[in-house]
Write a protein that binds this ligand. Structure first.
Ligand code: PLP
Length: 399
């Protein structure tokens, strides 16, 4: 019998070798208690969180918590069913209304995760005979959505406008075309030149889907994302987003102005064949989204945090993913996995949690320490973080 697990042997060896050096496993940390959006207890020690996607810090908002508690009492713990059968409660409709208002769009469809939103929309919209043109650094859920559908998939070099145009022009006349882009690319924290890319996509007869998972609530005058910031949101056919980042809970969605959008509820398998979100989750999401509409001050403070941390780390001599801060994500490039894991552990000893990212999730085989800031990080916390990076960088032999 061929052991079907033998394909994992190289990864098992890499992991065993890494742990044999004595380093703490960076992929099995437990948050023993969470004290606020920016502080948790890990290994019995208070730790500043710099590796969550809690960009606006909504997870402990009193109104959001109260809405969840009320829904739990009024509607119970779960729907135990699909959105198209017994799983649509008043709260699911309410959160879709909140999304329509947030984005000023006609239609909204809520999924159980952002992963499923990409899986569902991409595989349902682009079918056999259609073409998907997408950035090579797209999130795994986008790639998996392509795999689930039957369209031809044509990747282009990250953020390369010309490469995208060339591929679009090669598609046979009359074929359906979907261009898939992200507002913020979460590994390096860089943004896409959406204005130019969307202009070209439209000029070549393509529909456009933009995943704004990491920009919602933060980027753009109303927090609608990079497409809003660059003045092209009205050109986007489908915006994909998640409740697991700025919204502060779990869930995913697509908003659109397409007049036939509602039919997707009947044909989109990752929407139909799974249970809907619990009532408490949709209640917290709706309350959070409505508060994000008025979060201008938090957005401004988050930008300030991003600028200060980026400058501070650059001044220390770290190599960063972007030359200037473009989002709430700042990626610190490590020389290799061993140094990355060592630095990650040294930061944890300092009392700081960041995300360690490594191939295949990362572009160009890089090992990254990804820092994601929160609007609830105080200016003092950001300075403390910079000091921790300096000490850990020296301890781990990076600086
Ligand atoms: C760009 C992007 N799209 C989609 C997702 C999936 O979101 P969710 O956590 O809601 O499944 C993520 C999450 O990491 C993401 O980074």
């Amino acid at each position: 019998m061929e052991d079907l697990f033998s394909k994992f042997d190289p990864l098992i060896k890499q992991r065993t070798d890494l742990l044999a050096t004595g380093v703490t496993d960076p992929f099995s940390l437990v948050m023993e208690r969470v004290l606020s959006p920016t502080v948790a207890v890990c290994n019995g020690k208070e730790t500043i969180l710099l590796g969550t996607y809690n960009y606006i810090g909504m997870t402990f908002d009193p109104d959001v918590i109260a809405a969840g508690e009320q829904a739990l009492e009024d509607f119970g713990t779960g729907t135990t069913g699909s959105r198209v059968l017994n799983g649509t409660y008043a709260g699911h409709r309410a959160v879709e209304e909140a999304l329509k208002q947030f984005y000023a769009m006609d239609y909204a469809m809520v999924f159980s995760t952002g992963y499923q939103a990409n899986l569902g929309i991409i595989s349902t919209v682009a079918g056999k005979g259609d073409y998907i043109v997408l950035d090579i650094d797209s999130h795994a859920s986008i790639w998996d959505g392509c795999k689930l559908g039957d369209a031809e998939v044509v990747p282009f070099k990250h953020n390369d406008i010309e490469a995208m145009e060339k591929r679009l022009k090669r598609i046979p006349e009359g074929a359906g075309k979907l261009v898939i882009l992200e507002g913020v690319y979460s590994m390096l924290g860089d943004i896409a030149p959406l204005k130019e890319m969307i202009r070209i996509a439209k000029a070549n007869g393509a529909m456009v889907l933009v995943d704004e998972a990491h920009s919602m609530g933060f980027i753009g005058p109303n927090g609608r994302g990079v497409a809003e910031d660059q003045g092209v949101l009205d050109q986007v056919d489908f915006v994909i987003g998640t409740f697991s980042k700025s919204v502060g809970t779990v869930g995913g969605f697509c908003v659109s102005n397409h007049p036939k959008f509602e039919i997707l509820r009947l044909v989109c398998r990752p929407y139909v064949f799974t249970a809907s979100l619990p009532p408490s989750v949709v209640a917290t999401a709706a309350t959070s989204i409505r508060k994000l509409m008025h979060a201008g001050n938090k957005r401004a403070h988050l930008w300030e945090n991003s600028r200060v941390l980026h400058q501070g780390l650059r001044d220390l001599g770290f190599q960063l993913g972007t030359s200037e801060p473009q989002s709430a994500i700042i990626a610190v490039i490590m020389p290799d996995l061993e140094h990355g894991a060592g630095m990650w552990e040294a930061l944890l000893h300092e009392g700081l949690y960041v995300n360690l990212a490594r191939p295949p999730a990362t572009p160009a085989g890089m090992t990254l320490l990804r820092c994601s800031l929160c609007a609830e990080h105080s200016a003092e916390q950001v300075q403390t973080i910079i000091g921790m990076f300096e000490r850990a960088g020296k301890a781990a032999g990076i600086l």
